[in-house]
Design a protein around this ligand. Sequence first.
Ligand SMILES: Nc1nc2c(ncn2[C@@H]2O[C@H](COP(=O)(O)OP(=O)(O)OP(=O)(O)O)[C@@H](O)[C@H]2O)c(=O)[nH]1
Ligand SMILES: [Mg+2]
Length: 433
Amino acid sequence: MIELIQEKMFGKGRDVIIKEKAIIVGLLLPGRDEWQLESSLRELAQLSDTAGAQVVFEVIQKRSRPHSAYYIGKGKAEEISLLVEELEADMLIVDDELSPSQTRNLEEVLGVRVIDRTALILDIFARRARTREGKLQVELAQLNYLLPRLTGHYEFLSRLGGGIGTRGPGETKLEVDRRTIRQKISDLNREIESIKKHRSLQRRARQKVPHPVVALVGYTNAGKSTLLNALTDSSVFTEDKLFATLDPTTRKANMPDNQTVLLTDTVGFIQKLPTHLVAAFRATLEEVQEADVLMHVVDLSHPQREEQMEAVQKILEDLEVTEKPCLLVFNKMDLIDDPLLLRRLKTEYSGSVAISAAKQKNLEELLDQLSRLLRTDWERMTLAVPFEDSRTLALLHEKGQVVKIIAQEETYHVEVLLQEKWANKLKKYSKGQ
Ligand SMILES: Nc1nc2c(ncn2[C@@H]2O[C@H](COP(=O)(O)OP(=O)(O)OP(=O)(O)O)[C@@H](O)[C@H]2O)c(=O)[nH]1
Ligand SMILES: [Mg+2]
């Protein structure tokens, strides 16, 4: 029976290294069609795989709303408990966030760990955090998630041993004592706050040479880091797994018109992104809020492309950045053999570009579109500044991007890119005025 199911779900002959076996479960609620649920569960299976669990069975239950005590119905929970025994599963993974009591009740019926979507994502983040800031942010999110779930739950978990849901960032195990956790949360908040200040100083230093900042945003696995690498000749870590990138990276890129921009790669978004995580990652996501232009990278080949775009849009709204100019980039076009689709998207989303970051296709068109967007923000002008007016010249260097200076007849003719505010202030120097 087990072999049969595994074969059905993963195909024959797949190399199965079983670390932990998981059963996944989702609810078919009114207003949600089966296909949406299926795709959400497929993503949950992918997340489970990234966290090191193998999905051995998938359960769907149709309900009008989640059961307040068990999420699924009690009868269903008992059915699953038989499955757990038969398949020797180590845990149940649930496609939504559970209340502390739902988790506890389910664990009592099943006798194995119950992990919800939030805990699973937090676990992946805990494994992947590399920088000090990333680790602090993940730990804060984990502790905030754990705090209301402590009563009895953790003693139960410790009885069941470690594994997914019990790991902290790095090699540490999560702290489980309530008082220590409260103290830790306030320490972490303080430390993150101080890192945040340091970041904003860094950002200000960066702005002394005010290159426009372009932030890459998009659903996890869309190809943001691959695109950053392609455009800047760097080698940021990329992987065909969810959440390869956690910490923002900024690199310089040269535009066709010799303008320099700063490209920032950020953490990928996902549907039902845990609120604890968004809150904890505020500092990192500020990179997005500080950007002049956004590039929204979409995996063109993904069957849930539209839903993923919507999920990203929602998070951008939460971050209050929808007013920023945004270039829509359809990536992985090499996987698409449908010229009609490309044409349709081009009409539907005017100004969008289709590229392949991995195959470096259509990158020139992307850069052209990007320059166009940047130009709406940065005005290119040529100013005539008298030799003796060294203050204005200094101001141009400080606030603008000086492209070229020619000294002629006691005047500097300065070709410069300026943001609107400064362009207006310095208009009087404009040649031809
Ligand atoms: N076929 C194809 N694969 C691509 C392309 N761009 C990226 N990929 C692959 O897609 C996977 C994800 O790429 P990443 O660049 O890590 O994606 P990301 O958006 O940075 O993902 P996270 O950091 O996890 O949010 C990798 O396996 C890449 O090799 C492309 O243009 N074509
Ligand atoms: Mg990445």
